[in-house]
Structures are given as C-alpha cells and as structure tokens.
Design a protein around this ligand. Structure first.
Ligand code: G3I
Length: 345
C-alpha cells in the first residue's frame, strides 16, 4: 500500500517536473530547444544574416523563423542598395526583411552605413572632403531615419582599419581623414537616438595590432563622449584557427563600457568537408559561444547565413565552404548541436 502510494507520488512529481521542463522549453528556459530560445534564456540574441531574395524558399524561411531571434540584412541596407543614385533612396528589400523580422519578434542589426565596399559608384566620383562629408551624413540621416525605432543596432562604420592597425585608405579616409568615423557616429545618433551604434571589423577577434588600434579608438570615443555603444567582431574563421585570445579581447573591450558582439560568424574548411574538420568545427563553434557567454556585455552572436547552400564563402574562397550550422540541405550539423549545447539548450 505504502509502496503504491510512494509510486503514485513519485509519478505525480515526475510528471510535474516534466511539465515544468516543457514549459521552460516553451518559455526559452533551461533546456531550450532552438538557438534563439536558448540564447534568449541567457539574455543573448542568436541571429543570422538573411538575404530577402531567399525568403521565398520555404525551408530557408522556416529555419530562420524557428531557430533565430535576430537578423542582419546580408546586403539590403548597404549603400549601393539604399542610395544607388545621389539623393535617390530605395528600401524595398530591406523593408521586406524588417517587416518579416518585426512580425516574429526578432532583433535587427542594421548593416552597414559607411563601408568602402558595395559603395554606390557615384560616391567614388566625389572629389572634395566637404562634399563627401555632406553625402555621408545625408546618407546616414536618410537611411537611419527611415528605419528609426525599428532597429536595435547599426553597424555605423565597417572595416576602417588595416591588419597593421593603420587606417584603410578608403575614399572616406582619403578625402575626410581620421574624423570620418566620429562624424558618422554623431550623424547616426542624431538620426535614431534609440539604436545602439557599433563599429564592426574582421581579423580583430584576437589581441593584435588591428584590435589594439580599434581599442584605442573606442577608448578615445568613450572618453570624449562620441556616441559608440558596441563593437562587432565579424569572426570569419578558418577551422581550427579561432584565436586563443578571443575571450580576453572581448573582455577588454567590454571593460570600456561597450557591448561586444560576434557579428558575422562562420568557420570555413576545404570542401568536400571531412568528418574530422566537421568535428573540429563543432568544438570551434562551442568555444566561440562559450567566450561570448563568459563576457556579460557580449550581447549577441550572428552567423553569416543560415545554410551552407547560400554562404558567401565558396564564391570568395574557391574550394572552401561548409562554414555554417546547417548544411546545403538544411540538415543540422555537428556544429549546430555543439552550439545549442554551449548555449545551454
Ligand atoms: O546585386 C547583384 C546582382 O544584381 C547580380 O545579378 C549578381 C551577379 O553576381 O551580383 C549581385 O551582387 C552581389 C551581392 O553580394 C548581392 O548578392 C555581388 O556580386 C557580391 O559580391 C555580393 O557579395 C556580398 C559581399 O559582402 C560583398 O562584399 C556577400 O553577399 C555578403 O555576404 C558579403 O558580406 C560581407 C559583409 O557585408 C562585411 N564583412 C564581410 C562579409 C563577407 O564578405
């Protein structure tokens, strides 16, 4: 009798804990079942770069909607897309993506306002610093103003430094000089005081000459009240080569009072991918997630695409790819499982 009673109590308690666990999953608690919900339970965003043109593919859209709670437009908000001719603005594909994300409660990272690449050709014909400053600040005012109140973050300036820590000789650097970055951040703040403003770059994930130069700039901006809220570390990695100083580097920037973010994560390898590299990739992804979670101001991780099918990598590095969490058939890779586990899911 006593045994039967104990068994019933035990069963009742077991089903209660199962129910609690299930509701925790639904609420994004411990054991959450998707990247976005697991990250959300840790107070983070897990996002991905999205191309509006792929949203019509059912598996692409359903994987995005199920797994991610953040989006970055892969190309739709760049200068060539948003202001193809001077003073003529075009927001169609970007608006479509914003509506999609907003309807699903995803946080949006605007990308990117001032970058030497994918610049509208007319900008390269400008010949004076004052005219380029006028064009740049108007571009920022119009584009940021268009999305005002809708975007959580903006990559205001992208890739302004060389690997040796000197400034890249972009048209902005040549015609305006060092002050172009500060001018861009001030214009962005004025256009949307609610959006957090980021500087974004690659090869600055570890402690090196480039990250030292960016660090010095952020330190200077913070001390002078230039509006900067976050630093994005693109994180286009090669399998097995994630810098060992990633965590320490994220932490030193966070100590300046800015958020830090992993903004364009992928881990490429020779294709066809070997089992050994896919296994190594899984531990690389877990290590990167762990580094972000160890830094309280590391607020989001974004992969640069959903599926290997559409990744930028093979087009830029022939013979390499397999860099993302879902393979070309949307099958979850080992790196997906390790990432979800590292997030606590
Ligand atoms: O829009 C044209 C289209 O009209 C034309 O038919 C087609 C033919 O190839 O090209 C289209 O433009 C392509 C564009 O993506 C949009 O799809 C460009 O050729 C192509 O070069 C461009 O590549 C993008 C690349 O930035 C440009 O630098 C990638 O998709 C995008 O993933 C990549 O993203 C960058 C980040 O913004 C910054 N950090 C590095 C990262 C990887 O390069």
């Amino acid at each position: 009798m006593m045994v039967a009673y104990r068994t019933r109590v035990h069963l009742a308690l077991s089903s209660l804990s199962l129910a609690l666990a299930a509701s925790a999953v639904l609420a994004g608690g411990a054991g959450a079942a998707t990247l976005g919900s697991a990250a959300g339970a840790r107070g983070r965003t897990f996002g991905t770069a999205v191309a509006t043109s792929h949203l019509g593919e059912a598996q692409y859209a359903s994987t995005l909607d199920l797994e991610f709670n953040g989006v970055t437009p892969e190309n739709e908000m760049k200068w060539d897309a948003t202001e193809p001719s001077r003073g003529v603005f075009s927001f169609g594909p970007a608006d479509t993506l914003v509506v999609h994300a907003q309807g699903r409660g995803m946080r949006i990272r605007g990308h990117t306002l001032v970058w030497h690449s994918q610049l509208a050709p007319w900008v390269n014909n400008i010949t004076s610093g004052s005219d380029l400053t006028a064009a740049m600040t108007n571009h920022i005012a119009q584009v940021v103003g268009h999305f005002r109140g809708k975007l959580a973050y903006w990559d205001v300036v992208n890739e302004a430094f060389n690997d040796d820590g000197t400034r890249r000789t972009s048209i902005f650097q040549r015609l305006i000089g060092n002050g172009f970055i500060e001018a861009a951040f001030r214009a962005a703040r004025a256009a949307d005081p609610g959006a957090k403003l980021c500087y974004n770059d690659f090869n600055a994930e570890g402690t090196n000459a480039k990250s030292n130069a960016i660090f010095a700039m952020v330190q200077d901006f913070r001390s002078r009240g230039v509006p900067i809220d976050c630093v994005g570390f693109q994180s286009h990695f090669i399998v097995g080569q994630v810098p060992s100083t990633l965590l320490a580097n994220l932490q030193r920037f966070a100590n300046l009072g800015v958020e830090v973010q992993i903004t364009e994560l992928d881990v490429r390898m020779p294709t066809p991918a070997s089992q050994a590299n896919l296994t190594r990739q899984a531990s690389d992804y877990a290590g990167i997630v762990g580094a972000c979670l160890a830094v309280s101001r590391c607020s989001s991780i974004t992969t640069w695409g959903i599926t290997d099918k559409f990744s930028w990598v093979p087009g830029t590095f022939p013979g390499q790819g397999a860099a993302l969490l879902f393979d070309a058939n949307y099958v979850r890779k080992a790196a997906y499982a390790s990432t979800l586990r590292a997030l606590g899911g």
